[in-house]
Design a protein around this ligand. Structure first.
Ligand code: MOS
Length: 670
């Protein structure tokens, strides 16, 4: 494993991307003459000279088919790349490349007239529609109806560390140091397009500065770096994606429009739930956000219907962003529930208790654990809910209207099967444990070491952990709140098999590789985490300024392996939820579809000054139906419901109902 040692970046060339300035059409010509004459520029890659990709691949991922044709599919697409001896020369060279185009009309926004299609599936593999009972009949007869439309904007993942790749082609094997949530996933998506075996694409992601889903798959920049490296063998190629480029090339959350219809009895008991979603994908690659899937599981009602409709546009393809689907969908559902509580004159917590299902409404299976009501009740206690006035706009503190709101949260528990781990005995009672996990800032290195030590029955200091390297073997991504449970299950399986074969005082050099064992009961249960989010919002009487002095999440997320790391993840989710509640909004130029708020000044993410008292608690539990450690996963549940809790608290403060994110000052002053 010599490639894990040493710096790959020595003697590196720098790569700079040239992006299309049209939204749709063809590249007529790439004039590289001036760029090539610029001091330090080594070469300019375009569709005429880039190595050919995807030979023999049936349906290649068009996002990764970089520089393979003249076709321009969105504004910001990579149309050329400049390789140079320094970052300055590369950047200056890129500015000198002249690209001419034949432009076509593009459709970059969806509206009332856009053609919509129901996709076959929504992510990762859910039906796009569901239909139980007779929703229309139930709504026609319902005594109380909430019928409203809720909107969430385009949002961009903004991990502090932008995407970056260092690539080296040694003539036979491609090595990438990649800012990734899944080095094995990157290797296995690039390799076939490059005509290489997965084993000949070695991807390492030793330290990663966040991802929030944007690093959950390989994007075009990584492939561009690979292509450039192949054209310059034995010299490493470095590509640092700029913050601005990330707004075109590394994924985002689609805008969503959720039309909700809730029908209920006067006491708030639901008889019908109807959730109709319109959202967007690119015309050239489908990404279908699973916005209504949590609606299928959340509350009991005899008549339930969900549908997702997609607009196919000439824009960059959307991708994963923390709790894709659950985040926008539960914003809509939980604000609708607050509206129902007001309409029925029922306390929002009582309303949720009255609609608690005994089994998963969608599948009829029992939940492995469903402790939503306990989360709500514990949160109510911590948040002094009993003292909350029933009426909106009834509390003020000087010039600030003060309100509190609540929302439920949920996230499915997933254990990805395709993971393997290897345990090797070393000298002096030590073990080497290899698993293709990656730590994107969550502390998964620490958690994996704890899990390995526990499974081997040794102190964590006796475990040497190797991870974040695709050559370790199949491993799934740090995503879907599934990392700890999925990699951990493989580590536990390998440790148990090792101990069964070799006992607890093994000779050095013995080795066992294993994949996670199936848990048969998992099939018979619905596997979800739950939580309750509480927010206090203050709205300035004259300016409409919003502050969130208090934010609390109480979660039921399975066993907590490491409380310090878990709290940090919950805080991160809650704060990102606050950020989506109050700030995040990628504004597109309606003519070209590119994002104009493409920096951290105009795309604000919550910073210290936006955050007040944030708390997270969890219920003490273990869930062995999900994983052998009893964990369920907690990376995403903190963001779900948080924006709804804030919008609901803003309503309670002011009496003004906001149904679109972000909730901004202009909603409260007129
Ligand atoms: Mo996440 S959006 O599953 O990295």
């Amino acid at each position: 494993m010599e490639h894990r040692e040493g710096a790959l970046g020595k003697d590196a060339l720098t790569l700079w991307l040239v992006q299309s300035t049209i939204a749709r059409g063809r590249v007529l010509d790439v004039d590289a003459e001036a760029a090539l004459a610029h001091p330090g520029v080594v070469s300019v890659l375009d569709h005429t000279n880039a190595p050919i990709l995807g030979q023999g691949v049936d349906e290649p991922d068009l996002e990764l088919m970089v520089l393979q044709s003249t076709e321009v599919r969105f504004r910001g697409q990579v149309v050329a790349a400049v390789l140079a001896e320094s970052a300055e020369a590369a950047r200056e060279g890129a500015a000198l490349v002249r690209v001419s185009y034949a432009e076509q009309d593009a459709e970059v926004e969806f509206g009332p007239d856009t053609t919509l299609e129901i996709p076959d599936k929504v992510n990762p593999d859910y039906d796009a529609t569901s239909d139980d009972g007779d929703v229309d009949a139930a709504l026609a007869q319902a005594e109380v109806v909430v019928d409203q439309t809720y909107r969430t904007p385009y949002e961009h993942n903004n991990p502090l560390e932008p995407h970056a790749t260092t690539a080296l082609w040694d003539g036979e094997r491609l090595r990438l140091v990649e800012a990734s949530q899944g080095p094995y996933a990157v290797a296995s998506s690039l390799a076939p397009l490059l005509g290489l075996d997965v084993a000949d694409v070695v991807v390492t992601s030793p330290y990663v500065g966040g991802g929030f889903g944007s690093k959950g798959m390989a994007h075009a920049p990584a492939m561009t770096a690979a292509l450039a490296a192949i054209t310059a063998p034995r010299r490493p190629v470095r590509l640092a994606v700029t913050r601005q480029q990330m707004f075109a090339l590394t994924g985002y959350r689609t805008r969503t429009v959720s039309h909700f219809r809730l029908g209920a009895r006067p006491d708030g008991v639901l008889v019908a739930i109807d959730h109709d979603v319109v959202e967007q994908t690119s015309r050239w690659k489908e990404f279908a956000e699973q916005t209504a899937t949590s609606t299928r599981t959340m509350y009991a009602a005899e008549n339930r219907r969900t549908v997702h409709r997609l607009a196919r546009l000439d824009v960059a393809v959307p991708s994963f962003m923390r709790a894709p689907g659950e985040m926008p969908g539960m914003f809509a559902h939980e604000v609708a529930m607050d509206e129902l509580a007001v309409a029925c004159g029922v306390d929002p917590i009582v309303l949720r208790e009255r609609n608690e299902p005994t089994v998963d409404p969608e599948t009829g299976k029992p939940f492995s654990r469903r402790r939503l009501v306990e989360c709500l009740q514990r949160g109510a206690e911590l948040f002094d809910w009993a003292e909350r006035p029933d009426d909106a706009r009834s509390r003020a503190d000087g010039v600030w209207w003060v309100g509190t709101g609540v929302a439920s949260s949920t996230y499915p528990a997933k254990v990805m099967p395709a993971n393997q781990a290897t345990v090797t005995s070393c000298e002096a009672g030590e073990y080497r444990v290899e698993v293709g996990a990656v730590d994107i800032g969550t502390g998964s290195r620490t958690a994996m070491k704890q899990i390995a030590a526990d499974a081997l029955g040794v102190d964590p200091s006796c475990v040497q952990l190797e991870m974040a390297d695709s050559s370790i073997g199949p491993a799934t991504v740090a995503g879907g709140s599934s990392g700890t449970a999925s990699w951990g299950a493989a580590v536990v399986a390998a440790a148990q098999l090792f101990r069964a074969d070799h006992g607890d005082s093994p000779d050095p050099g013995l080795q066992t590789t294993a994949s996670a064992a199936d848990i048969p009961a998992a099939e018979d249960h619905a596997l979800h985490s739950f939580g309750a989010i509480f927010a206090e919002v203050r709205v300035h009487r004259w300016t409409g300024e919003l502050r969130v002095p208090r934010l609390l999440g109480v979660f039921s997320a399975g066993r907590i392996v490491n409380p310090v790391l878990a709290r940090s993840q919950f805080y991160g989710g809650l704060i990102m939820g606050l950020s989506s509640g109050l700030h995040e909004d990628s504004y597109r130029d309606p003519r070209f579809g590119h994002v104009v708020t493409q920096d951290l000044a105009s795309y604000h993410v919550a910073a210290h000054a936006d955050i007040g008292d944030v708390r997270a608690e969890w219920l003490d539990e273990e869930d062995f139906v999900v994983s052998p450690m009893g964990t369920r996963g907690l990376g995403e549940i903190g963001i779900v419901g948080t924006a709804a809790a804030i919008a609901n608290a803003a309503f309670h403060a002011t009496g003004v109902r906001v149904r679109s994110l972000p909730v901004t000052a202009d909603s409260f002053v007129s």
